[in-house]
Write a protein that binds this ligand. Sequence first.
Ligand SMILES: Cc1cc2nc3c(=O)[nH]c(=O)nc-3n(C[C@H](O)[C@H](O)[C@H](O)COP(=O)(O)O)c2cc1C
Length: 204
Amino acid sequence: MSAPLKIAIVTGSHRETSQSDRVGSFIEGVLKTQHASPFIISLSKNPLPLWDEGVWSSSDTWTQKWNPIATQLQESDGLVVVSPEWSGMVPPGLKNFLLLCSPKEVGHKPALIVSVSSGIGGSYPVSELRTSSYKNNRLVYIPEHVIVRNVEELLNGDMPANEHDETTRARLTYGSSVLLQYAQALKSVRSSAVIDYKTFPYGM
Ligand SMILES: Cc1cc2nc3c(=O)[nH]c(=O)nc-3n(C[C@H](O)[C@H](O)[C@H](O)COP(=O)(O)O)c2cc1C
C-alpha cells in the first residue's frame, strides 16, 4: 500500500476561538478515516505578520515565522482551505497566507475550498478564492467545494443532528475523497518535465 497522502488543512479565521477551526478539526477526522495524513495550520490569533519585502531576502522574521509552515506545505500533497465569510470576504489573514505561498509550497497541488457561515452566507469566499488567490502560487482549486451554513448547529457530535447536518457531513466526506483522488493524480503533473517556473515564474 502507498504512503498516506499528506493534506494541510488551513483554517483561515483569525479569531481566537472560531467555527472555522472546529470545521477544520471535523475535516481532519474525515480525512483520517480516508487513510490520509492530515494536519492543521490554523491562522487563529494571526500567527503571521503582514507580507513585506523581507520575504524576498529571507529576513529573520520570515525565517522564524514562515519557514516552519513552508516546510510543512512543501511536504503536503494537497490542501483544504477553510474560509469563514467575513463581511462577504475572505479574512485578510488568509489572503496574506495565500500571498506568502509560492509554487514551491503549493504549486500544482489540489485544494478543496470549505467556506463557513453562521447564517446562510458562505458563497462569497468561494468566489473570491477561485478568482484571486492562485495566479502566482499555482494552487489548483478542485471543482467541488463545500459551504457550511448555520455552522453552530452542525458537526457537533458523532451523529448528525438533522438533515442539514447530515447533507453537510456527506458533502465534506465526498469533497475530501475527491480531493484525495486529485492529490494522487497531480503528483505526476508536478514531477513532469513540463512544469517550468523558471521561464514562467508568474501566472498571467
Ligand atoms: C468580522 C466578521 C464579519 C462577518 N461577516 C459575515 C458575512 O458577511 N456573512 C456571513 O454569513 N457571516 C458573517 N460573519 C459571521 C461568520 O459567518 C461566523 O463568525 C462564523 O462562525 C464563521 O467565522 P469564524 O470561523 O471566525 O467563527 C462575520 C463574522 C465576523 C467576525
